[in-house]
Design a binder for this molecule. Structure first.
Ligand SMILES: *Cc1c(COP(=O)(O)O)cnc(C)c1O
Length: 503
């Protein structure tokens, strides 16, 4: 940094200087033989590696590793992280994905040696604390959701859906007929139809009504004894509470079908309503969304599944149970769908969720959802004069705007999203749910202050203004980011991590 400044002052800085300082890949930094540490000379006799590890497991030639000093490594990665946008840097208003701030104390807890150094092959007598944590986390999730039992095995939301649909299938099979179809509202998350199809069902779309809720008539006309379940997100992806859910449940009961609830949006419901009390048969949680685990970039996540009493026999094994003061694994469930994950799931994520839940307690969790709802509605009120708001029911923790008005001036929702980057914000979810044209799906979450919400609202209002007066500014965005508009398909296939000076 300093060298670059100096070279700039002296007028000898070139594009290459800049490239060297900021954009080299790690293999180009450093020099042969440079190391990140210095250790005293060994005083014990070295044993050849071949004597310890069978030859067939040894490398033929040394691994090609970067040879750099510790400060070079630190600077390289801090520099990369600065280029990145993340929830520790600013608002991340992705609708549906709940990117909220994750308290650091969760990380401290998950890194306690007693947790982090466990090995999954240890005997259960030796890992009683970990089993207790999983047992109590399942119990807390049951209490929060009103479900009868919870498995912690699935590694993400979509994996939870798959597990849930396998349970649905096992239930119907046990009664003699697995059935053929799963019904899904047209506002459903893309993973829902995918999970239904992977579980061997035909996915059938149900229209939403003009208010953005499940259309009961459309539901009735598709229900029959070949329907295994309805997969409902609640609040749905428009951020609307499915207020007819008890009516929906009655219709499903009459057809012998089950109610699956996609619980990824539980951030709106904590302490306010319990899916189990609404008659939900099976649901998944997203610990990495609602219960504050860092996510994005591929995980790890955790997608526990909760079931009602009649589905308990089909849960994955092993289950964690308690007798007296002892926790143990129980696999003796003949109707179980089997195991869905290596060992017991992503334990570190469970520790974070457990810490978060214990820290907040029932009153704190309720306040989380109340604040999430208040924040979304505050933001909506500030911006809704400038954008179309197609479903006018009061939303819960997120809302969906349409960029249709801006599109008339040639400014697409994609342009609006890119312009937000110039103004220092991450973009919201765009073009989802599919039933809203030019959708902008915004979830501010409860962890944002009024000042941040005001600044984000100002940015959205400013862009709406620009779309009317200087659309080319929005169309050209972003101009302040390390790269401008990429061909996204090509960029994903031909990864170019090296900075090349523009000619
Ligand atoms: C995020 C999400 C999922 C999928 O969860 P993953 O952990 O990303 O697999 C499913 N449904 C809804 C509504 C979601 O928001």
């Amino acid at each position: 940094m300093l060298i670059l400044e100096l070279e700039k002052i002296l007028g000898i800085a070139t594009d290459q200087t800049e490239a060297r300082m900021y954009d080299q890949i790690i293999f180009e930094i450093g020099a042969k033989g440079r190391q990140g540490y210095s250790l005293p000379k060994m005083t014990i006799r070295q044993k050849p590696l071949e004597k310890i590890i069978p030859k067939r497991f040894l490398r033929g030639k040394p691994a090609e590793l970067p040879e750099i000093s510790e400060p070079e490594a630190v600077r390289h990665f801090v520099h990369l992280s600065n280029k990145n946008y993340h929830v520790d840097k600013g608002l991340y208003p992705l609708g549906s994905c709940t990117m909220k701030y994750n308290p650091k104390v969760n990380e401290d807890a998950s890194r306690l040696e007693g947790f982090a150094a466990l090995h999954p092959q240890q005997e259960s007598e030796d890992v009683q604390g970990a089993l207790q944590l999983m047992y109590e986390l399942s119990g807390a999730l049951c209490e929060i959701s009103g479900m009868s039992a919870v498995t912690l095995q699935p590694a993400a939301g979509a994996h939870g859906e798959l597990t849930g649909m396998m349970i649905v299938r096992a239930y119907h099979e046990k009664r003699g007929n697995p059935r053929k179809k799963v019904l899904l509202p047209d506002s459903s998350h893309g993973t829902n139809p995918a999970s239904s199809v992977i579980s061997g069902y035909q996915a059938v779309q149900i229209k939403s009504n003009r208010e953005g809720l499940v259309d009961l008539e459309a539901l009735k006309s598709n229900l029959g004894d070949d329907v295994a379940a309805l997969m409902l997100t609640n609040p749905n992806t428009l951020g609307l509470f499915e207020s007819q859910i008890t009516e929906v449940k009655k219709l499903l009961d009459e057809a012998g079908a089950l109610l699956y609830m996609d619980g990824a949006n539980l951030n709106a419901l904590l302490g306010i309503i319990r899916p189990g009390d609404l008659g939900v048969d099976v649901m998944h949680f997203n610990l990495h969304k609602t219960f504050s685990t860092p996510h994005g970039g591929g995980g790890p996540g955790s997608g526990p599944v909760g079931v009602s009493k009649r589905l308990m026999p089909f849960l994955p094994v092993p289950q964690i149970e308690k007798k007296g003061e002892t926790y143990y694994f129980n696999s003796r469930y003949p109707d179980s769908i089997g195991s869905v994950q290596a060992f017991y799931g992503n334990f570190g994520v469970m520790v974070k969720a457990y810490t978060y839940i214990r820290l907040l307690g029932p009153a704190g969790l309720k306040q989380v959802s109340r604040n999430a709802i208040i924040n979304a509605n505050y933001l909506l009120e500030k911006v809704k004069s400038a954008y179309e708001f197609p479903y006018s029911r009061r939303p819960m923790h997120e809302f969906v705007l349409s960029g249709d008005r801006q599109k008339k001036n040639g400014v697409k929702t994609l342009d609006i999203a890119k312009r937000l980057l110039d103004l220092g914000f991450h973009a919201p979810t765009v073009y989802f749910p599919l039933i809203v044209h030019e959708a902008l799906m915004i979830e501010p979450t409860e962890t944002e202050s009024k000042q941040t919400l005001d600044a984000f609202a100002d940015a959205l209002l400013r862009i709406a203004g620009e779309a009317g007066e200087t659309p080319e500014i929005v169309q050209k965005a972003p101009v302040t980011t390390p790269v401008g508009r990429l061909d996204e398909a090509l960029a994903a296939r031909q990864l170019q991590v090296k900075w090349v000076p523009e000619s």
